[in-house]
Design a protein. Structure first.
Length: 101
């Protein structure tokens, strides 16, 4: 089958067929079937090891007055107030805390 016929059959771009065939020839079946892993994220991490440690310390400390516990948004706001980061979302804080469980 031609690349065009394969791409129509699989509902993908013909260049995808070319790229997969090339990876198969150069690196074998596993490489052709698996996605290429990125070495580095295109977006730099907001929290490195030291900043993560500070986040955990804050999360384990007493919450602000009038609060029973830290929320993700309170933690994100505290990181900005303490100049640990310029800005950060509550989702990023949540993902960082979750990966430590």
């Amino acid at each position: 089958m031609s690349d065009q016929e394969i791409s129509e059959l699989l509902h993908c771009h013909s260049q995808t067929v070319v790229n997969v065939r090339k990876r198969f020839v150069e690196f074998g079946l596993e490489s052709a079937l698996e996605r290429k892993k990125r070495e580095n994220s295109p977006i730099p991490r907001k929290l490195d090891g030291d900043k993560e440690t500070r986040l955990f310390a804050i999360a384990c400390s007493q919450p602000p007055e009038g609060r029973r516990r830290w929320t993700l948004q309170l933690l994100a706001d505290e990181l900005v107030i303490l100049n640990i980061v310029d800005d950060i979302s509550a989702k990023t804080v949540g993902r960082t805390l979750k990966k430590q469980k």
